[in-house]
Ligand binder design. Structure first.
Ligand code: NAD
Length: 336
């Protein structure tokens, strides 16, 4: 029996997480779900976006399955996603984007894994105003040798373990000579320790252009926090949209699995949200806890339903009659 902390989240979160739990339970793997709360819904319920009980659960289970959380733009509390990643030192954010046979996009052979540094860079939360009138703001990017080394190591080891040929580091060391320069220097040092894996380096702006024009040249991509955040939405766009891309936040002794997308308030409560990304995140989680056979069955079932294109949400097929619930049920049924 595995015990997993379940955070359903905000907006479309509860509806897609219900489908993901339905699919994971249908594998037959014995999981005790410990429900906990975070984000806007926790704030409304308990007066805090990250209740102690949630931390207590994650402290114990060390594995969390999380729906998207709403972070109010500009004002209000800090991002709870960022807080959780920092608190549990979930340093590697792994976001695979692969073409689907049944989804028509500009390319049919995209297979890119973004490995994003998840604990520092511009997302450390060191921001303040420099003037009483609040007309000058400063945000600090923190890049350390140790965090850079472990994320680049992670990317190369991931490439080796998953039969991948190449790691590309994306950076902006031409302008940000210190912070990005350090990251690039460390990447080159680590690359030298992996002679069996090809190494490439690209300046982030050029990388975006190359990725849109010729995504095939990318395999595993390693980059700093904010660039990874942006690039993974770009790769989502290449393979059919945000509803499809899972993310694993991996630390040395804890891991959290979620979708790349957010709480999508524009479609919340309408049975329109695509549950694929969280279900695929669930498959990554099953692999992580050693249930690889169940993980493969989930992936195959998702592929079947997505590629058939019938019981899918409208982002995948505008003529569909199905929604979130019907798609989740079809995936669960496809495993039998
Ligand atoms: P979003 O990812 O929620 O939505 C962007 C667009 O993609 C919207 O049009 C939405 O309808 C669509 N979309 C997203 N997920 C979808 C799905 N599963 N199926 C179909 N369409 C989907 O991004 P946003 O609107 O910029 O952010 C909304 C909120 O989510 C913000 O508060 C943001 O901070 C938060 N957010 C949270 C996470 C997280 O919890 N990991 C990640 C990103 C954004």
């Amino acid at each position: 029996m595995h015990t997993i902390t379940l955070i359903k989240g905000d907006g479309i979160g509860p509806s897609i997480m219900d489908e993901a739990v339905k699919v994971i339970n249908a594998t037959g793997v014995k999981i005790e779900w410990e429900e906990a709360y975070a984000g806007l819904s926790a704030f409304e319920k308990f007066g805090t976006p990250l209740p102690d009980a949630t931390m207590t659960s994650f402290d114990k289970t060390r594995v969390a399955f999380k729906g998207p959380l709403t972070t109010v733009v500009g004002t209000g509390f800090r991002s709870i996603n960022v807080a959780l990643r920092q608190q549990y030192d979930l340093y590697a954010n792994v976001r695979p984007a692969k073409s689907w046979a049944g989804i028509k996009t500009r390319y049919d052979d995209v297979d890119i894994v973004i490995v994003r540094e998840n604990t520092e860079g511009l997302y450390v939360g060191l921001e303040h105003y420099l003037s009483p009138k609040k007309d000058i703001a400063e945000s600090l990017a923190v890049v350390t040798r140790s965090a850079s080394e472990r994320i680049v190591e992670y990317a190369f080891q991931y490439a080796r373990d998953n039969n991948r040929q190449k790691v590309t580091v994306c950076h902006k060391a031409n302008i940000l000579k210190f912070s990005q320069g350090l990251f690039l220097d460390v990447a080159r040092e680590v690359a030298a320790r992996y002679p069996d894996i090809n190494f490439d380096e690209k300046i982030i702006d050029a990388a975006c252009m190359h990725m849109v024009m010729n995504p095939k040249q990318f395999d595993v991509v390693v980059t700093t926090n904010m660039f990874g955040d942006i690039l993974s939405d770009l790769t989502a766009g290449l393979v059919g949209g945000l509803g499809l891309i899972p993310g694993a936040n991996i630390g040395a002794d804890a891991a959290l699995f979620e979708a790349v997308h957010g709480s999508a308030p524009d479609i919340a409560g309408k049975n329109l949200a695509n549950p694929t990304a969280v279900i695929m995140a669930g498959a990554m989680m099953l692999s992580h806890i050693g249930e690889t056979e169940a993980a493969e069955r989930v992936v195959k079932a998702v592929e079947k339903v997505v590629n058939e294109g019938i019981y899918v949400t409208p982002d995948l097929n505008p003529n569909t009659k199905a929604g979130t619930v019907e798609m989740g049920s079809a995936i669960a049924a496809a495993m039998e």
